[in-house]
Write a protein that binds this ligand. Structure first.
Ligand code: RIB
Length: 288
């Protein structure tokens, strides 16, 4: 079968990550143990994860006209993501200030920068969405653009997967256009009033695996056991891999995505941590 065509409409950030033994309390100064910059942003992370999992991926979003913007575009290209529809706008790229503690947990603050300029879709963007198997969106760009993309996908039989992160109120016309909602447990609680309205609901449970509730069945997959060093981007690795496998073989999409999420926690950084298709298959085989 040919590679699933995935269009991601979403964010791309430079992640500024500090490692600490524990998170500071308000007003406290702590000494960190290391610092690194690396490509991130939920949209870009999911695009890279989908490409590494075997998808043919186009990314629609925006970077600033700064050094971070050039580096972020290069990282997407190097992962095999088509960046023809990635705009460069005046001003700074998006950034995320991330703190990771000794238990591999994180805190993240995102400043949108160029991501905030993604308010409209061009005719070429809309054509790409109409020709895709899957549209994959998150909520780090203006919700009007996400809604327009989802509605266009729905009316062209492109499967719409929404990872509503960071969680916020969703307009009815967006909810009505979504086929698959992928949430973590916090987002599931925050959006509990609408989760029944989607055809397929995936709830990620971290090391506990994930649940899929469809109209006619419910499935659970365990996460293969690994030793985590950084959970940043693990949900994005899960989502990108899920989107690809949903098209190739939906009966194993949840297990495949759980393996991708587990592997992502074993490597520092967000985009760089998403595993290749071969690595996912190898983990699934060794943990069967
Ligand atoms: O999901 C992880 C991502 O959230 C990070 O890469 C950061 O940029 C924020 O978007």
């Amino acid at each position: 079968m040919s590679e699933p065509r995935i269009v991601v409409v979403g964010s791309v950030n430079m992640d500024l990550t500090t490692s600490v033994y524990r998170f500071p309390v308000p007003g406290e100064t702590l000494l960190g143990t290391s610092f690194a910059t690396s490509a991130g942003g939920k949209g870009s992370n999911q695009a890279i994860a989908a490409a590494k999992a075997g998808g043919d991926v186009i990314f629609i979003g925006a970077v600033g006209d700064d050094g971070f913007g050039r580096e972020l575009r290069q990282t997407l290209n190097a992962a095999g993501v088509d960046t023809t529809l990635l705009r460069t706008v005046n001003g700074p790229s998006g950034v995320a200030a991330i703190t990771v503690d000794a238990h591999a947990e994180n805190n993240i603050i995102v400043v949108a920068g160029a991501n905030g300029s993604v308010t409209e879709l061009t005719d070429i963007d809309l054509d790409a969405i109409a020709n895709a198997d899957v549209l994959l969106c998150q909520l780090e760009i203006p919700i009007a653009a996400v809604t327009a993309a989802a509605q266009h996908a729905r009316s062209n039989d492109t499967t719409v997967i929404l990872n509503p992160s960071p969680a916020q109120g969703l307009p009815n016309k967006l909810i009505d256009a979504v086929d698959i909602l992928i949430v973590n447990q916090t987002e599931a609680d925050q959006l509990s009033s609408i989760t029944d309205r989607v055809e397929h609901l995936v709830t990620t449970l971290g090391a506990g695996g994930a649940d899929l509730r469809s109209r006619d069945c419910a499935v659970h997959a365990d996460s293969p056991k690994v030793t985590p060093v950084d959970t940043t981007g693990a949900g994005d690795a899960f989502t990108g891999a899920f989107a690809v496998e949903w098209i190739l073989d939906r009966t194993r999409a949840l297990h495949f995505a759980c393996a991708a999420g587990s592997l992502a926690t074993t490597v520092h950084g967000a985009a760089a941590s998403s595993p290749t298709r071969n690595a996912i298959e190898a983990l699934l085989e060794s943990s069967a």
